[in-house]
Ligand binder design. Sequence first.
Ligand code: MG
Length: 255
Amino acid sequence: MTHKTWLLLSIVFSLIQLSMAQVPTIKWKIHDLNRPNPPIITAGTASTPETAGTAPSDAVVLFDGKDLSKWVDKDGKPAAWKVESGYMEVVAKTGNISTRDSFGDCQLHVEFAEPTPAHGESQERGNSGVFLMSTYEIQVLDSYENKTYADGQAGAVYGQYPPLVNASRPPGQWQTYDIIFHRPRFADGKLQHPARITLLHNGVLVQDNVELTGPTAHGERPAYKPGAEKAPLQLQDHGDPLRFRNIWIRELHEE
Ligand code: MG
């Protein structure tokens, strides 16, 4: 077989494979009246830079501005961050805080305000983070007129994906993260599907269902390791007095 014929055959073969893409099947007939209707919930209200909104009725509220009862420090003791009127604030050197409960696939809403006046440069300005399953960090940073490496700015999946746009508000103003997270899937100790993240920053799509390379680390991209299906959510103490408010989560039914 000549090289040309071989090339042609492999192109034809690839085209056949492409045309065989799996079409999803739906076990219900179209407009099937026996198909269960979705649960009825009461939607929440949106936040503005000034006022916190409310959570949907089926969400677990992790922080409502009053107390840190759902959060612990790294030793499992009550979280030592400060709670003021309607928000919590990072207290430097007290460490990351984690939820008492564990979560896997989820929709998560978090609001934060960067310290004002702005202080420090690059990664030293208003740094914190939202760690899904205590493992995968969505960067929180004051990225308003603050240059840093692309995969380390606000809205980045740290060390992996920069946000699609920089939608940061100035320090002092409340900002929102709406996150849709799917944990990685393992079978027989092997990776079946990587973790996936969709993120809206201040209502703007900045991560579009990206597939993560593995856990977050500084200066490296370590490989996945099989682990628990659920783990606590974590907020990072990077030494800067970030504020958080209105944190809620909805667990997603696993497919
Ligand atoms: Mg961080």
